[in-house]
Design a protein around this ligand. Structure first.
Ligand SMILES: *Cc1c(COP(=O)(O)O)cnc(C)c1O
Length: 764
């Protein structure tokens, strides 16, 4: 395979002349993609009639498909070699746009699972939307986030348009076309597929019945059909915006079901066998409208009676929950839903009636109904119909049984299970961190590439020479990040600083505010001559705030303002650096993660379902400073408490907390009040909104996420980490233990778990 790939790539590169030719990056990317497609032709091809699982997800966050395929096929080294012989480096991969068709962890999980399914030879296809614009491109102007559109399609040569498999999707009397664009997800043993749907108008369609005015300004003069596959999460603060989101959800799930049923017809089997052909995993509630849609198809097109159709749906669907926050569970008003999807709504009513009849005796029936107070509760529908419901980390799966779905749990405990998230280690280690990959290969061979648990053997290699080599690799990665930041963003970063990294969506529950207040705390210590023996530290942030989320945007502004404050202070800048790296996405994550010395995982206990950033950072040798939340708990179980910096209230302690008034802390703890006071017309500007959210509350209770409560223990954890970092050998040992621990978090294992516990493919 390597030879074929190398020959093909060589031939394609021959045709590109001159390093400075126009569009060279894109042309090189296309050449590598074309060489990969030549290789794919020689692999076992898809069997359409084969039993499979389908992953329905509103988001995918794949990063470059080209590099992902190189990693999955083990071709990244030969690719680099061939390019190098022709005088090219592989830097261009990170200079092209990411297909950022997702927001964060949920979309990234979808992509990790697809990559791993191919690798472990499981038939799993992804289904989603070919958003013209993915998540916005972020830049920082005057310390604030600015948002512009990100065009990715030109940089994604891997797609194949399959217009002959176009299907129709109806919204009441209006019909649109769903055109599939397919991406191969390959390994040496199989080619799976990600199918992304593009919406097009068949005839000029008049959607004014449901949508008017301001749905999306960028499409002012265009047809709404283009809006449906236009944006990821269009603003939903208006009725028309809400309608558009519902249309998106229905658009891709209805198209996917139609295409799956078209495939099924080719098997010639009876419709009652459908569940032996397809299993559908609902990634969160966004695709849940697939349930009433399939009920509709089975009854109207295939003549099944409702109860049989429901039984079949139960065998087909399963649901992954991603949030424990009750207010984040998706709801639709009956009036909007019935207007946008008049053909589907009756099936929701039938489901609701079915529930009323079959659960008559249940005391909590009212709570768990699908339709309550003229509102449709999508999660209740997903749980009621699905045969399995999973959380994404041990603690999260326990919490959903005890809180949001407790009534369902008492009814059908056998439905509930846990499948802890995992990561595609071939991307996050083999591709992103060549130095560490070779460190492992030299010591334990290469089998771990296809069997990550074997990487745990690395922990024996803790001699002074081993640890010194590990530190050298980390230092090289830090230098590489510094160089990248200089050339891409004109930001400077000293690799001798400790790199403390918090990279994830900006959200109050993730508590970037705790981190930056902590920096201000250290700054005050320095000013008061209380900072002793502190190893200079760079506090590195990266992440996007939802465009309508005011407090999150204020947090970004605060981070950048503190960065400025420190930069201007000749003494402070010797000890601290605050850096906000714009436009967090997969390609930037691949540069930042290998360079991290410390992984900041600060969510209030009980709020982060799992996290996967925590796993990627541990795999690259960064100990965690974090709360006992999500998968942090499992990471620390494997890596040892003593090799991480755990702090903060536990979820059961917060649960037991009867009342919480941050004002009490403010008045009794001088260190805290001095830091918090800096938010009010302090040296970095006016952040009264954040000050108020901490002390008085806004639309949420005061300090809802317990920043002040956990501040003291966070600061002492920081101190321990800084202290340990000053002993390189000691710290390197902790790094090694975390790398070994992360061997438990391969998405290969996760996807095998989904199959063993939920889909059971191949067992019919
Ligand atoms: C891994 C990843 C995430 C998820 O990070 P968390 O820390 O788990 O929230 C989000 N975005 C990108 C680009 C990622 O690679």
């Amino acid at each position: 395979m390597k030879e074929l790939f190398a020959n093909s790539l060589n031939a394609k590169l021959e045709k590109i002349s001159g390093k400075s030719s126009k569009n060279i990056k894109r042309r090189l990317n296309r050449a590598v993609a074309a060489a990969l497609l030549d290789v794919l032709c020689t692999l076992p091809q898809r069997k359409l009639t084969e039993q499979k699982a389908a992953y329905f997800s509103a988001e995918f966050l794949p990063g470059s498909f080209v590099t992902g395929s190189l990693a999955n096929l083990g071709l990244e080294d030969i690719c680099a070699e061939v390019l190098k012989r022709k005088g090219y480096s592989t830097d261009f991969f990170s200079e092209l746009a990411d297909p950022a068709l997702g927001n964060g962890g949920l979309g990234r999980l979808a992509s990790c699972l697809l990559d791993s399914a191919a690798a472990v030879n499981l038939p799993l296809d992804g289904y989603g939307i070919r958003y013209k614009y993915g998540i916005f491109k972020q830049s920082i102007k005057d310390n604030e986030q600015t948002e512009t559109v990100d065009l990715w399609q030109e940089d994604c040569p891997f797609e194949k348009e399959n217009r002959d498999e176009t299907v129709r999707v109806c919204f009441g009397d209006c019909t649109v076309l769903a055109v599939p664009f397919d991406l191969p997800i390959a390994s040496k043993t199989r080619i799976n597929r990600l199918r992304l749907w593009q919406c097009e108008a068949e005839n000029p369609v008049d959607f004014s019945a449901f949508c008017s005015g301001d749905i999306c300004a960028a499409f002012k003069d265009k047809n709404l059909a283009e809006c449906i596959s236009g944006f990821l999460y269009p603003p939903d603060n208006t009725e028309s915006g809400k309608a558009l989101r519902l249309m998106q959800q229905y658009f891709f799930t209805a198209a996917s079901l139609a295409s799956i049923l078209n495939d099924f017809k080719k098997t010639g089997r009876s419709i009652s066998d459908l569940a032996e052909f397809i299993k559908i995993q609902l990634n969160d509630t966004h695709p849940t409208v697939a349930i009433p849609e399939l009920l509709r198809l089975l009854t109207e097109d295939y003549g099944m009676d409702f109860d049989d159709a429901l039984t079949l749906c139960g065998e087909i669907f399963s649901y992954t929950n991603h949030t424990v926050m009750a207010e984040a569970l998706e709801c639709w008003s009956v009036s909007l839903f019935s207007k946008v999807l008049p053909n589907v709504y009756p099936y929701i009513v039938m489901l609701n009636n079915h529930m009323k009849n079959s659960l008559k005796a249940h005391t909590q029936l009212k709570e768990i109904l699908i339709i309550k107070n003229h509102t449709i509760h999508m999660a209740n529908m997903a749980v009621y119909v699905s045969h399995k419901v999973n959380g994404v980390a041990k603690i999260h799966s326990e919490i959903i049984k005890a809180s949001v779905f407790d009534s369902f749990y008492s009814l059908t405990p056998q439905k509930f299970l846990n499948v802890t998230n995992g990561i595609a280690h071939r991307r996050w280690l083999c591709l992103a961190n060549k130095g560490l990959e070779q460190f492992a290969n030299k010591r334990i061979g290469t089998e771990w590439r296809d069997d990550l648990p074997q990487l745990s053997k690395i922990k024996q290699f803790n001699s002074p020479a081993d640890l010194e080599e590990l530190l050298k690799i980390k230092y090289e990665n830090k230098r590489a990040l510094s160089n990248y930041l200089k050339s891409s963003f004109n930001l400077s970063l000293d690799p001798d600083f400790m790199f403390s990294v918090q990279i994830k969506r900006i959200h109050e529950y993730k508590r970037q505010l705790l981190n930056i207040l902590g920096v201000l705390g250290l700054y005050l210590d320095l000013k008061n001559n209380e900072l002793k023996d502190f190893h200079p530290t760079a506090f590195i942030f990266s992440g996007k705030a939802a465009p309508g989320y005011y407090n999150a945007k204020q947090i970004i502004k605060l981070i950048n303002s503190v960065a400025e404050l420190i930069e201007k202070d000749q003494t402070a800048k010797k000890y601290f650096k605050v850096l906000f790296i714009p436009d967090y996405n997969v390609k930037n994550a691949m540069k930042i993660i290998p360079a991290a010395d410390l992984s900041e995982q600060l969510s209030t206990a009980g709020t982060e379902a799992s996290g996967t950033g925590n796993m990627k950072l541990a795999l690259n040798g960064a100990p965690t400073i974090g709360t006992l939340d999500g998968a942090n708990i499992e990471i620390v179980d494997y890596a040892g408490m003593e090799n991480n910096y755990i702090f903060g209230a536990k979820s059961e302690e917060l649960e037991a907390l009867k009342s919480y008034d941050p004002m009490d802390i403010y008045y009794t703890n001088d260190r805290i009040s001095r830091v918090v006071d800096l938010l009010k017309q302090g040296p970095c500007g006016d952040f009264t909104a954040l000050f108020n959210s901490l002390l008085f509350g806004d639309y949420n209770p005061a300090d809802r996420y317990k920043v002040l409560l956990d501040y003291p223990s966070y600061m002492s954890a920081r101190k321990r980490a800084n202290e340990d970092y000053k002993s390189p050998a000691l710290y390197a040992e902790k790094m090694l233990m975390n790398i070994a621990a992360a061997s438990h978090f391969s998405a290969d294992s996760t996807v095998k778990n989904y199959n063993e516990k939920i889909w059971k493919l191949g067992s019919f």
